[in-house]
Write a protein that binds this ligand. Structure first.
Ligand SMILES: C[S@@+](CC[C@H](N)C(=O)[O-])C[C@H]1O[C@@H](n2cnc3c(N)ncnc32)[C@H](O)[C@@H]1O
Length: 279
């Protein structure tokens, strides 16, 4: 029997994120990661009819949708907490100004570029191959542990170095095992890096528009608690399956015996007299 009791807790809630976040106590969350619709003007289609609506009447309507979500995120975050808002070229400049208002422009930390390399190109522009992740702290005392990534330079080859604000992580390909079919699913590797960097071990991550629960799965793997909200019943069903599988795999990993570290004492090994044998 697998004992999952030592694993971090996760909670999923179906509903509008504003209404559900209103039920969360103030100063209770360490990290909010928010991956909202991008205002692409499309219905985002995934596998087998899975979809969510990314159409807003105007930019103003998009701002009116997002502004109260950012304010509510600020309320639930601890003073040592932080927020990561994942957007793209369509709205990152607007959302940055909205975050300045909600968190204070002095609390801006990074404009992270997630460079994924997948997708097409047009004849009239440089190919768009990145998303923008805006990182704000709630105060000067936000928690942060610089993540490490494999070094690329010939000099440091094989070693790890501190990550920069450009993260080179491939998008999920069609054959990837982690693919759930939910449209615009983000890669687990990206979320694991962000969660480990911005949420303390044992802390709590909130994803108010969690889709297929990539953030929550990353949190469970990283030993953080997680709360996810989505207004789509299909997303919540996928998220639940995924988190049950992730929790079971992590519990199995806990049970897998690891080699005992051999402790070799320095100097001559003491021999207890009772163990001495004479021939
Ligand atoms: C870009 S997707 C999130 C994808 C997710 N990061 C993943 O890896 O699967 C945006 C999600 O926001 C949800 N959503 C949009 N408006 C919402 C709202 N007001 N409350 C809760 N969820 C919302 C959509 O249903 C969709 O699943």
């Amino acid at each position: 029997m697998i004992d999952g009791s030592r694993l971090p807790a996760w909670t999923l809630r179906l509903g509008d994120c504003l209404a559900v976040m209103a039920e969360l106590p103030s100063s209770s969350i360490d990290l909010v990661y928010m991956d909202p619709p991008f205002n692409s003007g499309m219905k985002r289609q995934g596998r087998a009819g899975l979809a969510f609506d990314d159409r807003f009447e105007s930019l103003q309507k998009y701002r009116e949708f997002l502004a109260p979500c950012l304010a509510e995120a600020r309320r639930v975050l601890r003073p040592t907490g932080s927020i990561l808002v994942h957007v793209d070229w369509r709205s990152s400049h607007h959302v940055r100004l909205m975050l300045d208002s909600a968190f204070g422009e002095g609390n801006f930390v990074n404009h992270i570029v997630w460079s994924y390399g997948l997708g097409g190109s047009g004849p009239r522009s440089f190919a768009r191959k990145h998303d923008d992740i805006l990182f704000y702290g709630c105060s000067d005392c936000y928690w942060f542990e610089p993540p490490k990534v494999p070094a690329r330079s010939v000099r440091l080859k094989g070693r790890m170095k501190k990550a920069t604000d450009v993260l080179d992580i491939p998008a999920i390909n069609n054959m990837a095992l982690e693919r759930t079919g939910w449209p615009t699913q983000k890669p687990l590797a990206l979320l694991e890096l962000l969660v480990r960097a911005c949420c303390p071990p044992g802390g709590t991550v909130l994803d108010p528009m969690c889709g297929s629960a990539t953030t929550l799965a990353a949190a469970v793997k990283a030993g953080r608690n997680a709360v996810g909200i989505d207004r789509s019943p299909q997303a919540i069903a996928i998220a639940r399956q995924r988190l049950l599988a992730t929790t079971a795999l992590e519990a199995l990993a806990e049970l897998t015996p690891r080699p005992l570290a051999l402790q070799v004492p320095a100097g001559p090994v003491p021999v207890e007299p009772g163990l001495l044998r004479t021939a």
